[in-house]
Design a protein around this ligand. Structure first.
Ligand SMILES: [Zn+2]
Length: 478
């Protein structure tokens, strides 16, 4: 009996659409529960691929630190399972070699937040001058630290591989959450306005003082709606003030302005701000990708492919870029999640199979690290959470991360075919419900400022969540 046409068409779209596959390991802690061989088997069955080996993306600079020796920060070795309930402390290079021995090539992932450094001089400052532990990538020191870690990490991994030039494919720089946004009582505060950010804005004609007011140009496109920030993200580079005002009016965001002139001035200042931030992030990407080579001599060494992770929108507020306008001289490839209003992308790209890219994934793993960190539990808002509230927060973050996955062959079949676009594959995230359950079973939680059973005269969890980094999740996406 011959196959039905509809079956053949669906099978064809699966094989056409998948393209090259990447297995993304979002955090070292995944390897505490699965050996490299088990990771691979799980991924291949999840995505129905048996032949070609996926390229594996391992955290080089992860949310909780680095798993190689260096002079800048503590080494966090990987507690890697070696099967039958046994675990071993491994360095990144050893794990990388295991994957290469299984026939995989490697991408190395870099999260530039570097909260584990705990160097206050690098921290972001919002428009009210309130700091958060995430590093500002505009700062010269942040760039120096990041380049040092990337260079040391590449050398470390290369030393563990027989043919590093062949096995190492790219550096993947995650820009999905560089510039945090917060809101309270309808007032917005965006990051970062440290001295170096201010100078970079001012020298290009963006008056920072315009944004220290209420209302200011952001209010045309952003709105604090109580439990979250709503935003307009279908704004493209160079869009006219009239068009921005139209989109703002459609969403009812423009009502805080009193006259047409005010709105016009705000729309033009808003575009200047967005464009300048985009240029600042491009400058950061260029500076960091300079370090993406294997070998001793930068001039003759093998250059690694330069990949940026960002959300699949016209304008990504927390990345501060128009993804479709990133220059091909700076970035070779993008990994973007498939949003409803996916922008036109000239660069090669892969679909990152998780909504809002790495945003919720990293928020979960960061909270897991912060919970275990006595410093974070005594010097930040997390200190005000009791043990049970801390566990609740972890469960909420885990659910937010896990429920944003895009999995299954239906998701792959629905993507635009590789031949119709510059898309060349998909990035599947390795995070199963069993792993989430394992991670939450007995999470390490350091002593906070508030003891269990204390009278909670302090803010309840819901209020606290609005004050800590990443708490104000975006309400909706248009
Ligand atoms: Zn800054």
């Amino acid at each position: 009996m011959s196959k039905r046409k509809s079956l053949m068409a669906m099978e064809q779209s699966w094989s056409d659409n998948a393209g090259h596959m990447v297995m993304f390991i979002p955090d070292h802690r995944i390897l505490s529960y699965m050996t490299p061989r088990e990771c691979l088997a799980r991924f291949q069955s999840q995505w129905n691929v048996v032949g070609d080996k996926p390229t594996v993306c391992l955290p080089l600079v992860g949310v909780d630190g680095v798993a190689f020796d260096n002079q800048l920060c503590r080494t966090v070795p990987i507690t890697a399972t070696i099967g039958s309930s046994q675990a071993d402390q491994r360095l990144l290079g050893e794990v990388a070699r295991d994957f290469v021995d299984l026939g995989c090539r490697l991408h190395l992932y870099v999260c530039p937040a570097m909260e584990f450094l705990q160097v206050e001089a690098c921290h972001v400052l919002d428009i009210r001058n309130v700091g958060s532990p995430q590093a500002c990538v505009q700062k010269r020191k942040t760039r120096e630290f990041l380049k040092y870690l990337i260079g040391t990490g590449i050398d470390h991994v290369a030393q563990h591989l027989d043919r590093p030039e062949e096995s190492l494919e790219s550096i993947v720089l995650d820009i999905t959450d560089l510039w945090g946004m917060g809101g309270e009582d309808g007032k917005l505060s965006l990051c970062c306005f440290c001295d170096e950010c201010r100078e970079a804005f001012e020298t290009q004609g963006v008056r920072v003082s315009d944004f220290e007011n209420y209302p200011n140009p952001w209010y045309l496109a952003l709105k604090d709606s109580g439990r979250a920030i709503s935003y307009i993200d279908n704004i493209s580079m160079g869009e006219t003030p009239a068009s921005i005002i139209g989109k703002s009016a459609l969403r009812g965001f423009d009502t805080v302005f009193h006259s047409a002139n005010e709105r016009l001035r705000a729309a033009s200042a808003l575009m200047k701000f967005m464009t300048r931030r985009h240029e600042m992030v491009e400058d950061f990407l260029a500076a960091i990708f300079d370090e993406a080579y294997v070998g001793d001599d930068a001039a003759h060494a093998k250059k690694l492919r330069r990949i940026a992770v960002v959300e699949g929108t016209e304008y990504d507020w927390t990345a501060g870029v128009f993804p479709g306008s990133l220059k091909s001289t700076i970035v070779d490839e993008l990994w973007l999640d498939p949003a409803d209003t996916f922008p036109h992308i000239d660069l090669q790209y892969k679909t990152f199979m998780w909504r809002r890219a790495t945003y919720f994934l990293n928020a979960f793993f960061e909270t897991l690290s912060s919970a275990a960190d006595p410093r974070m539990r005594t010097t930040t808002a997390l200190g005000r959470l009791s043990l049970d509230e801390m566990k609740d927060l972890l469960r909420q973050r885990a659910a937010a991360a896990f429920n944003h996955q895009l999995t299954g062959l239906g998701q792959v079949a629905a993507l635009s075919a590789a031949k119709e676009s510059t898309r060349n594959g998909i990035v599947g995230v390795l995070l199963t419900q069993e792993i989430v359950d394992d991670l939450l079973r007995n999470p390490e939680i350091a002593m906070g400022l508030r003891k269990q059973g204390d009278d909670a005269s302090l803010d309840p969890l819901s209020r606290l969540m609005r004050t800590i980094s990443l708490a104000t999740d975006v309400e909706e996406k248009r």
